[in-house]
Ligand binder design. Sequence first.
Ligand code: ADP
Ligand code: MG
Length: 621
Amino acid sequence: MAKISININSGSIQKEDPIVGIDLGTTNSLVAIIDKDSKKAKALKGKGQSVIVPSLLHFGTNEEIIVGQSARSFLMDAPERTVYSVKRLMGKSFGDIHEHASYFSYKIIDQDAEELVKIRIGNKFYSPIELSSFILKELKYRAEQELGTEVKRAVITVPAYFNDAQRQATRDAGKLAGLEVLRIVNEPTAASLAYGIGLDKEELKHVAVYDLGGGTFDVSILRITQGIFEVLSTHGDTYLGGDDFDRAIYQYWSEKYSIPELEGADIQSLRLSAEEAKKALSSSEHFTKTLQLGGKDYSLELSKDALKACISPVLERTKAACLLALKESGIALDELDEVVLVGGSTRTPAVKEAVQSYFPNVHINDSLNPDEVVALGAAVEADILAGNRKDLLLLDVTPLSLGIETLGGLMDVIIPRNSKVPAKVGKSYTTSVDGQVNLKVSVYQGERELVAENRKLAEFILKGIPAMPAGFPKILVNFILNADGILKVEAMEERSGVKQDIEVKPQYGLSDAEVEEMLLASITHAEADVKTRMLLEAKNEANQLIYLTERFLEKNESMLTDDELQQSSLLVNDLRNSLESNDKDIILGHIDELNEYTRPFAERLMDISISKALKGKSLET
Ligand code: ADP
Ligand code: MG
């Protein structure tokens, strides 16, 4: 029941508008809310058959759009007008997904690898944001049907590894569906919340969330305390899931019954029977069915043991990710308090057994429906945002470090990976050239020491810095990361007040695999990166020293003997040549030599300046 309140100013009666939680999934989507009476999270189905809405869209020839279960039959009948797995395209460019292009049977436009992808249906073009908004509209509609009131606000979940482009795209899809998206929440965070983990602020919990859906798999290790959900590590495979189980069963039957190569609708019926068998074996011991293929009857059988054998290679791949995630999280197995099972595929008993074996003796939470748990948790978060659970404020963390490029192409991290969001961090910088009036601020995301190895998010130029000697301007760069993980960057020259800011809305995103790769690469390349960094720092120092020394020699020629001038120039040249060696130690050696030689000059100059100053003359620099 919706609550009713009275607006004192207008005297009108208002229904308090509910905030729903939405799991916008690759295979299935759901909407949930906290039931006002029972105070428990509950998935909504409106007038639909089930709370689960398959993330499928069919575009009819009369402009009609069919969403969910009713679109399923069109996967076979009109594949070019039926869209699935749109979540995989969110915030992506064609370049990001082209290696998986064969996975999609609908038309993805490939004109520009840098642009966000578009999907062509007939002679119309749709962005993944629009397509997702149709699914969200359907969920909104169902919620409204069931609640009997308009639904305008929502919390939407995304995988922990989603980058800001993907998060932004999800938020935009919500907006397009007529929803104010109050928060974008990580799926493992939501799943934990559904089990009440994290609701007691004082507790410290370490949780592994194992999510095996239809076509994606991820495992995240969370550290939860004081309302903060920190993703210590996340691993997975964005092309691994229950669909692979179905394929393995298909393969198994094809061999067992010597089914010849199938065509058209037969492929689909055998595939659907495989899925049916898999699901049946989640609650019964044996599966049999007669199916006609190519005019011939086959009596298909599947035992639990056969299923287990079929899926074990897939499970083996999830094992590796679990072990890696645990290792990378830095916590020991016996510090892990809970495992949460998420995703329809964890209904298969062999999956649960396998997960238990990866995390021996750790309590497994599977009492809630694994395909509903993310939406239920999103509803809990929605309830917290509605102010119904006082003093609880939940925070997520950012998965990759954010920083800017500094001299020599180095990544200077401003907000480190796994920082709590929202976050605001400022850092001071200065200019490297005399009279520099512009400063380029290039924003990057990633863990490598060199920006070239990271991903560029945005760039802007702070203009109109008053001309000052190098090192004089004080430029404060602020990174403001909001609760959804969306970044705003501002730069300000503090002496003059010149200011510039930008909301970082990247043109296209990283693939999930890339985010993971970047994290892994940062570990494997750590040593090489440190070496490169030290070399670059040595080069920077050398360049600065050459610049300063030459300027000094020019200005103070009269103070030095010919011999001193000549020797200094020689050492400067040596240093300049040593840069070619790309050897940090050689460069540092020449830096020392030049410093050693010129130090007395500086002292001499200082003495002269001081005596001049004492005579009341102005100081020369
Ligand atoms: P996603 O999060 O990717 O949108 P879901 O969590 O809804 O997907 O999981 C969908 C997968 O779960 C499909 O592969 C489906 O076949 C599988 N699934 C659904 N019900 C069962 C069941 N009872 N037993 C085994 N697998 C199931
Ligand atoms: Mg899911």
